[in-house]
Design a protein around this ligand. Structure first.
Ligand code: PLP
Length: 452
């Protein structure tokens, strides 16, 4: 029986990323407020936010300082844009700070509002710049099966998940998908992680050769796949992939939308995962998601090519009304200051051993086939048979059941296929982290009992 608010919700709100057939029967969990790593529903029940919202609310809730900086900026200059020769201090200062932190030598930052817009911008820059450089055939972009890059037309095409393509008439032309670097699922029997990485690099090499290297422009990858199920590639995967990309003059775009700003214990996941990106997409923890803001960090050679193109054709015809919105930029800049002032990276590095120890211990649970993760992000994958790694019938909805039990226990986590993802706010304490895993363990026990 739905409450009045739940009934109004399902009657009026078209919910993103939801099962639109079952949601009207189940009703949404309606949240009212947040404090630290906890959110509270309309009945006042607290939930430990084990997903930091959508992998994004790094500083937790209730940061008055961010509220104040937004209010201050709204009083001073609530809107200004960056089009047609205009600018403002918050965007300039934020771009300067991002250049300083960037994992690659950075020239400039293009601002947008979401991870999807950032990755759409990456696609457009790749096309535009290769036209500028006089190689109009070099346009294809390779992403990976299970990669997640967003839902706008180009970024959803890069995303390698069936539900983002089926019946949306995607992917668009010129997007290819390479193999997913998930050893547990796609490694051959007796193939070591190292051998698996070598094989994937050889397969990518063959794929680029088959396409024609003169037609392949870029490879886009999350340092660690998030929404595809928290998939951590083998240690040598990126160096091996990178050698193939360099051989064929294919640029590497790092999608740091989840991994940027501390998730893996470094400012950027690229550094932690030994990637050397040419360009980087950022969003989410950039503002700790207090306000929407995202960006693309570009190197000198792309900046130069864009300027040359303007000499030829005039205006660079790309930009969003809210690119570098002053309120969002001010909040993001203060968020980065807080990360530094409070040594959030140091805190994360202090917590990683505990997180990984408790996560890996769940690998011994009868329901769990693989417990995987790096930094402060992880997942447990439920299996029907641990020895053969056989999954459950998808109709059984085992991961959804684990998530539902966790919610009853006061913990928010997320089901992805048969996996359950965990990605807490970076500021979680050691005691809260133990509480998170205690509750998850209880949910797994209950689901195991339920599955019989
Ligand atoms: N890229 C990655 C790695 C993401 O995880 C996401 C969202 O989860 C996106 C891009 C898309 O971001 P948005 O939902 O802000 O468009």
């Amino acid at each position: 029986m739905l409450t009045n608010l739940q009934a109004r919700d399902v009657a009026t709100v078209l919910h993103p990323y939801s099962n639109l057939a079952t949601l009207p029967r189940q009703g949404s969990l309606i949240l009212e407020r947040g404090e630290g790593v906890f959110v509270y529903d309309v009945d006042g029940k607290p939930y430990l936010e084990g997903m930091a919202g959508l992998w994004c609310n790094a500083l937790g809730h209730g940061r008055e300082e961010l509220v104040e900086v937004a209010a201050e900026q709204m009083r001073k200059l609530p809107f200004a844009h960056l089009f047609t020769g205009k600018s403002h201090d918050p965007a300039i200062a934020l771009a300067e700070k991002l250049k300083e932190l960037s994992p690659m030598p950075a020239a400039k930052v293009f601002f947008c509002n979401s991870g999807s817009e950032a990755n759409d911008t990456q696609v457009k820059l790749v096309w535009y710049v290769n036209n500028a450089l006089g190689r109009p055939a070099k346009k294809k972009i390779i992403s990976r099966i299970k990669g997640y890059h967003g839902v706008t037309v180009a970024s959803a095409s890069l995303t390698g998940l069936p539900n983002n393509h089926i019946d949306f008439d995607l992917p668009i032309a010129g997007v290819r998908h390479a193999a997913c670097p998930h050893h547990y699922r796609f490694g051959r029997p007796d193939e070591s992680e190292e051998e698996f990485a070598t094989r994937l690099a050889a397969e990518l090499d063959a794929q680029i050769e088959a396409e024609g290297p003169e037609t392949v422009a870029a490879f886009i990858a999350e340092p660690v796949m998030g929404a595809g199920g928290v998939i951590v590639p083998p240690e040598t995967y990126y160096p091996k992939i990178q050698a193939v990309l360099e051989k064929h003059d294919v640029i590497l775009i790092a999608d740091e939308v989840i991994t940027g700003f501390g998730r893996l214990g470094e400012w950027f996941g690229s550094t932690a995962m030994k990637m050397k990106p040419d360009t980087v997409s950022i969003a989410k923890a950039l503002s700790s998601s207090y306000v929407p803001i995202a960006g693309v960090i570009i190197p000198d050679w792309i900046d130069d090519a864009l300027s040359c193109q303007s000499e030829k054709i005039g205006v660079f015809g790309h930009g969003f009304t809210y690119s570098g919105h002053p309120v969002a930029a001010a909040v993001a800049l203060r968020t980065l200051e807080i990360y530094e002032r409070e040594n959030v990276l140091g805190h994360v590095n202090g917590l990683i051993p505990q997180f990984q120890r408790r996560l890996k211990a769940l690998g011994g649970h009868p329901l769990v086939g693989e417990a995987r993760g790096v930094g402060l992000v992880g997942a447990v994958e439920a299996v029907a048979d641990k020895a053969t790694r056989r999954g459950f019938d998808p109709k059984a909805g085992v991961a959804a059941k684990i998530v539902a039990f966790a919610q009853e226990e006061g913990l928010i986590v997320r089901a992805i296929g048969d996996a359950v993802a965990i990605c807490p706010p970076l500021v979680i304490t050691a005691a809260e982290l133990d509480l998170l895993f205690d509750r998850l363990e209880t949910a797994l026990d209950r689901a195991d009992h339920w599955a019989g």
